[in-house]
Ligand binder design. Structure first.
Ligand code: CDP
Length: 807
């Protein structure tokens, strides 16, 4: 009989704060008290500062660079140009997409803001002063900013460095500005099915170039310890281990002598996946000079040079019977990748997971093709709160479904319901080859429609239109319905790698004798609350309170190898690794418990936080007792200690989904769109922390609002960036942000150890089409089929003007 008092099962569950509990975020204690430790907080003795001279032109030849005046600025130590990097073969770097990118412009510049020279100085002010004094003489070249003109016969040659290399990383190139053509599905069959369809609609849908724009910009501190031969880089890295391997591959340093540390990160959203010239220049300068070098970009540099997202011109074609059964989908994308192909996608997927574009619908046959082209714009193509182009795919199909509904004069929600993949069809293989793990779309959609009283909304809309017609109202009501299926959790390794690095993830748990634990993972939180939620998974799996489990990420010297955090992969992959490592701990604890309870291993069973003798729950050993025994009691046949590591290669991705409904009122005389209501139902399988999920949804919806309603990194014909500062790039504040109503259903993933799917990106994926559908819906009765994003006041007003309804 155990001497300890025995709290009730409910009390024990409560104490663990495991999965399903709304545990408060542990990280917030330091973030809200100014105790976060970000890259720019790193200050090392003797540290120097780097800053870039950047191109003023979109396309120009560099005739000369004069550093003389800049070098005379007190405190300036060195100014690097491409010529200085050439001896080390560092003037070009590999991109994540199999291309190369100039670290410092070599003889010509290809986009405004491109890095030309790296000034190193004793403080950042001297560096900034010197940047101003570096004289670059340019010879302007014809600029290409229109992706549709990239493959014209007379289009200017952008990439002289690869002009004769017609075999690209993803197959043959058709033109000097062509990067790749990638396709999936049955083109011929799809064409036939479209020809035989009662109804076919076609639309060019543009997803504008936007930017993740995290609060903290990109930066690093590189510190070469020449005596010990060790290079340490603190950086804003979403994948620190991958960075370590890449550094080992492009420098003479051995991987064990490279330490990459991602400290606290102030938002990533895909912006911090890529490799940027600042990292290479800081590391190169530190290796040469032998002192730590810090480089931190400012907001304008962030917006104009490190990463962009989307920029997809998508022509969708969808066929259906006259009753609204979809027969086929075809889509062609013209993808504007900017001056270098630096897209962050798994190697085999140059257009990411765009082929998820059949969405949530049981479409019998489909085809999609993507042409990537170079233009005089910044490189990037990152997955901005997105799993490798799923956001573009979801936007295309959700707009197309609305366009089709209009053509069929059918309610858009009804058309969706008619074509949804049915619950009993899961696991479902889509026409483009993805195996959706689980889903119950009809239940989710019905719940959403009921929650907002959809029928009443449509009745109100009819009344509103009648009142508008009569001249009794100057605003139009729009109801946007969107239903999305996400694809998150890359790997599996057999399909997904980045630069040859397999996309598994990992968790290592070290249990301490007194019943606490340290868990380390290959991922890295950028605000998602991993320290809170991964401890919850472990609390449930190993029966120790979450508050006794410290989660560490982001230091390659201590964390097990993993591929990092982006594409909502942390929960599907590292979360699974955590559960599996926890189960290894529990398996050993079971043997210890059986020995201590003097029964066979099979005669003990797990109960919340303990092993008890089967049929005799009074006889038990708590996990805390077992932790102590693991270290301090000689157990025949067992090594002392209690540790485990799991490297998890997921068998499939997970497919979260959701039903979003947005109601807007548009003032046709000003173009102001008032979001009256936004309802978001998400299904991310097993929910680890409902409160954290809600926070993720709120943040993602706010980003979706920003994208749909105002964000765009546009270029003028000369290649000048028009949306390059926060004066021009829409960043919603509390004033513009509506109330979010959140809801959920729970359809666990059958292959994930705890049934969880990712969630962080869902609101961005589903939110953008919901907003856009709402704006388009407001004008639908006037014959409008599709109007492009962003739906800012000016463009919405222009739409109203085109329709002849402005005052
Ligand atoms: O990879 P990333 O962390 O951006 O995305 P995620 O896996 O979707 O997780 C975002 C946050 O939501 C993490 O703190 C997760 O633990 C939490 N989450 C959850 O509580 N339950 C889920 N089913 C999925 C995510």
């Amino acid at each position: 009989m155990n001497e300890q008092s025995n709290p009730s099962a409910a009390e024990r569950v409560e104490k663990l704060q495991g999965m399903g509990s709304c545990r408060k975020r542990v990280e917030d204690a330091r973030f809200t008290q100014g105790k976060g430790n970000y890259v720019d907080d790193i200050k090392l003795p003797g540290m120097l500062f780097g800053d870039f001279v950047r191109s003023s032109y979109g396309h120009a030849r560099i005739k000369s660079i004069n550093k003389e005046a800049a070098l005379a600025v007190p405190g300036v130590v060195a100014i690097l140009t491409a010529d200085d990097l050439k001896p080390f073969d560092l003037h070009y770097m590999p991109t994540l997409a199999g291309d190369v990118q100039a670290v410092l412009a070599d003889e010509k510049v290809l986009f405004q803001g491109q890095e030309i020279a790296f000034v190193v100085a004793e403080d950042r002010y001297a560096a900034a002063d010197a940047v101003e004094l570096v004289e670059v003489e340019y010879e302007e070249l014809p600029v290409l900013v229109d992706a549709f003109k990239a493959m014209d016969e007379d289009a200017p040659l952008l990439r002289e460095d690869i002009k004769d290399k017609m075999d690209g990383a993803h197959g043959p190139r058709k033109h000097h500005n062509h990067i790749f053509f990638w396709e999936e599905g049955d083109k011929e069959g799809t064409n036939k099915a479209l020809e035989n369809s009662d109804v076919v609609v076609e639309e060019l849908i543009y997803y504008p170039r936007v930017h993740p724009n995290p609060l903290e910009t990109c930066g690093c501190v590189a510190s070469m310890d020449k005596i010990n031969g060790k290079l340490t880089i603190w950086g804003t890295f979403q994948a620190p281990h991958a960075v370590r391997t890449v550094v080992a591959l492009i420098t003479p340093l051995e991987e064990h002598n490279i330490r990459i540390i991602s400290p606290d990160i102030g938002g990533g959203f895909g912006n911090k996946v890529g490799v940027y010239p600042g990292y290479i220049c800081a590391a190169a300068a530190s290796i040469v000079i032998g002192v730590p070098i810090k480089w931190v970009e400012d907001k304008i540099e962030n917006l104009t040079s490190t990463a962009f997202a989307r920029d997809y011109h998508m022509t969708g074609k969808i066929g259906a019977t006259k009753d609204g059964i979809i027969t086929a989908l075809d889509c062609h994308v013209l993808a504007d990748h900017g001056a270098f192909d630096a897209c962050a996608d798994p190697t085999k997927f140059p257009a990411g997971f765009f082929s998820i574009c059949t969405g949530s619908y049981d479409i019998p046959i489909a085809h999609c093709g993507v042409d990537g082209v170079y233009t005089n714009k910044a490189p990037g193509g990152v997955a901005y709160r997105c799993s490798f182009r799923v956001t573009e795919a979801a936007y295309m199909i959700e707009r197309m479904i609305d366009v089709l509904a209009r053509k069929l004069e059918m309610d858009p929600a009804e058309l969706r319901m008619k074509n949804f993949i049915k619950k009993e069809q899961f696991p479902y293989t889509s026409a483009l080859g993805w195996e959706y793990d689980s889903g119950d779309y009809h239940t989710a959609m019905n719940k959403a429609l009921d929650a907002v009283d959809y029928k009443a909304l449509r009745t109100e809309q009819l009344e509103n239109r009648a009142a508008f017609e009569r001249g009794n109202s100057r605003s139009l009501m729009g109801v946007g319905v969107a239903f999305f299926t996400e694809i998150v959790g890359a790997g599996p390794v057999k399909n997904c790698d980045i630069l040859g690095l397999g996309m598994f993830d990992s968790c290592e748990i070290r249990i301490h004798p007194t019943g606490s634990a340290t868990a380390r993972l290959g991922t890295i939180s950028q605000g998602q609350g991993h320290a809170t939620t991964f401890a919850q998974i472990l609390a449930t799996e190993i029966g120790l309170p979450a508050e006794n489990i410290t989660v560490e990420e982001g230091d390659t010297d201590t964390a097990p190898y993993g591929l990092g955090t982006y594409g909502s992969r942390s929960t599907p992959v590292a979360g699974a690794a955590a559960a599996m490592a926890g189960r290894k701990i529990r398996a050993k604890a079971q043997m210890i418990a059986a020995y201590l309870l003097e029964v066979h291993d099979d005669d003990v069973e797990w109960d919340i936080d303990r092993f008890q003798v089967k049929g005799n729950p009074e006889k038990f050993k708590t996990m805390q007792e077992l932790c102590f025994a693991a270290y301090n009691q000689a157990i025949p046949g067992l090594e002392p200690g209690l540790e485990a590591v799991s490297y998890y290669d997921p068998p499939n991705m997970t497919y979260p989904f959701g039903a979003y409904i947005c109601v807007v009122d548009i003032d046709v005389d000003t173009g102001v769109v008032d979001v009256r209501r936004f309802y978001a139902l998400d299904d991310c399988g097993t929910r680890i922390n409902p409160m954290v999920i809600e926070g993720q949804i709120h943040g993602g919806l706010t980003e979706a609002l920003a994208i749909a309603m105002g964000q765009e990194i546009a270029y003028d014909d000369l290649g000048n960036v028009k949306g390059g500062s926060l004066m021009d790039f829409f960043l919603p504040t509390a004033v513009e942000t509506p109330e979010w109503e959140t809801d959920h259903t729970t359809t666990p993933s059958p292959h994930h150890p705890i049934g969880a799917k990712g969630v962080g990106e869902s609101p961005n994926v589903g939110g953008v089409p919901a907003f856009s559908n709402a704006v388009n819906d407001a004008f639908a009765h006037l014959g409008l089929t599709h109007t492009q994003m962003p739906h800012d006041h000016w463009r919405v007003w222009k739409t109203a003007q085109r329709l002849g309804i402005t005052g």
